[in-house]
Design a protein around this ligand. Structure first.
Ligand SMILES: Cc1cc2nc3c(=O)[nH]c(=O)nc-3n(C[C@H](O)[C@H](O)[C@H](O)COP(=O)(O)O)c2cc1C
Length: 176
């Protein structure tokens, strides 16, 4: 099972689109789309009510995934609050859902660096969570509003080819 995680909740999110294109490039697989619409992490809430059901579901999806793709939007040269909040919640669940999970991080952003800073921040968090980060040529979709067709396809072959390379490496990491 391939789990895709977009760090943007927006319906028309380019990172959501990038997740879809990545899943297609990954090839035949059951694809599960993670839902990051979670309450804000609050230690008092955790103590009073435990782990919210939606957080536990996400952690279970991560633990059950063969491979994970995360697409990170960039907000003010950093990781989106939505994505960081999800990683923080998951880190509070039993076990270590991300440990050893083959994971590729990509990004799409309005700016010219394609979300590079957010992508690196996401990988820094994933290192802490002991994910198996599958590295390779970076997929940094810059000026994202011009890079997707109305149907949500990546229009620039360079991005698409790089994404295919990364997805092949992700698939190979499962077999390894
Ligand atoms: C609060 C906020 C901060 C942003 N900061 C950046 C930024 O630092 N770099 C950048 O390239 N784009 C920035 N943007 C533009 C986003 O890249 C753009 O909105 C992008 O479409 C967000 O991803 P999404 O389409 O997946 O929602 C920012 C947008 C918002 C709302």
């Amino acid at each position: 099972m391939l789990l895709t995680i977009s760090g943007s909740l927006r319906e028309g999110s380019y990172n959501r689109m990038l997740c879809r294109v990545a899943a297609e490039a990954f090839g035949p697989a059951k694809v599960v789309v993670g839902d990051l619409d979670l309450p804000l992490y609050n230690g008092d809430l955790e103590q009073a009510e435990g782990i919210p059901a939606k957080v536990q579901l996400l952690a279970d999806q991560i633990a059950g995934a063969d491979a994970i793709v995360i697409s990170a939007p960039e907000y003010n040269k950093g990781i989106s609050g939505v994505l960081k909040n999800a990683l923080d919640w998951v880190s509070r669940t039993e076990g270590n859902a991300f440990a050893g999970k083959p994971t590729v991080v990509v990004s799409a952003a309005a700016g010219r660096t394609g979300g590079e800073t957010a992508q690196f921040m996401t990988m820094a968090c994933l290192l802490q969570l002991q994910a198996q980060i599958i590295s390779g040529p970076a997929v940094l979709v810059a000026g994202a509003s011009k890079e997707f067709s109305d149907a949500g396809a990546l229009t620039n072959d360079r991005y698409h080819d790089t994404l295919k390379t990364r997805m092949a490496a992700l698939r190979a990491a499962i077999k390894a």
